[in-house]
Design a protein around this ligand. Structure first.
Ligand SMILES: [Zn+2]
Ligand SMILES: [Zn+2]
Length: 144
């Protein structure tokens, strides 16, 4: 959690934004969320904790953290958007079931290494990555 604050405060300074108590509290709360979450659920959670967290405030901070690369964004085919905190860890990719909505992680360094190499080859300086694979998970295939 300490590392998260350090990274975010450095980023806020870089972009000339204040790292307020509210932002710190949001980062604290994000650190506790270990799964993929929808922003509306998170807003409700923050608001229940403290009424001062308006929808607009939480949304604005989420947007800023996304710009800073501290959140990964996962889009499902039916238009839902999930987020996942990432304070300094390696980015990973996702496999999403179109039927049940299950999100699985791709945590194989081979994928990241391959993409890094590819970017290097075309001289592209990557600062964020979001790879999605859509289809049917093993359980849904059996049901079909
Ligand atoms: Zn499924
Ligand atoms: Zn993930």
């Amino acid at each position: 959690m300490k590392r998260a604050h350090k990274l975010v405060s450095e980023y806020m300074e870089k972009v000339g934004s204040r790292y307020t108590m509210q932002k710190k509290a949001i980062v604290d709360e994000l650190c506790k969320v270990k799964t993929h979450f929808e922003v509306d659920d998170f807003i409700v959670k923050m608001h229940q904790k403290d009424n001062d967290f308006s929808r607009a405030t939480v949304y604005r901070v989420i947007k800023q953290l996304l710009e800073g690369g501290f959140l990964q964004k996962i889009n499902t085919k039916d238009g839902k958007v999930f987020y996942e905190q990432n304070f300094g860890d390696k980015l990973h990719d996702h496999i999403i079931c179109n039927n049940c909505g299950r999100i699985q992680e791709i945590k194989d360094d081979l994928v990241g290494d391959l993409l890094d190499k590819y970017c290097l080859k075309i001289n592209f300086e990557a600062d964020y990555r979001s790879l999605h694979i859509y289809g049917l998970c093993d359980k849904c295939q059996k049901k079909a």
